[in-house]
Write a new protein. Structure first.
Length: 145
């Protein structure tokens, strides 16, 4: 069984006990696998400001979902969707045991995806999945072209 855990805040360099001057608190995601007897850490993702090419970064991970949000011939398989209390939506490729490259990101006003209020589904029956996410300012919907 695969388990994804998000943290509201952490420091980018976990080895540093006392953060360096100017270090920012960021969110993080850890991917673990339970085989029935042991828990194995597969990968970590720290959402520092370089992640979004912005000084906002991915502060305060609020929701996680796995779904086929990017339905393209060159991008087979599900993706990891990460939402933040700062209004960020990040979509990452998933490898066999790694969190891959960032495929998409967008910012919205308010918080996004708290309590895992994320759905990846084809609700309008056009054979393309939409992404629905509840936020502090309403329900957001992203469609594929």
């Amino acid at each position: 069984m695969d388990i994804f855990a998000g943290t509201c805040m952490t420091y980018p360099d976990q080895a540093v006990v006392t953060p360096a001057a100017g270090a920012r608190m960021v969110g993080a995601v850890r991917w673990m696998r339970w085989d029935g007897t042991t828990m194995q850490k597969l990968d970590d993702l720290t959402s520092d400001p370089s992640l979004a090419n912005s000084d906002r970064g991915g502060f305060a991970v609020a929701g996680l979902a796995i779904g086929d949000a990017v339905q393209a011939p060159e991008r087979a398989g599900p993706e990891l969707l990460v939402t933040t209390l700062a209004g960020g939506l990040f979509v990452f490729a998933l490898g066999a045991n790694t969190i891959g490259s960032q495929l998409q990101h967008v910012w919205v006003p308010g918080s996004l995806g708290a309590y895992n209020s994320i759905l990846v589904e084809d609700l309008d029956f056009d054979f393309k999945n939409e992404v629905y996410i509840a936020g502090s300012q309403g329900l957001w919907k992203w469609r594929q072209k």
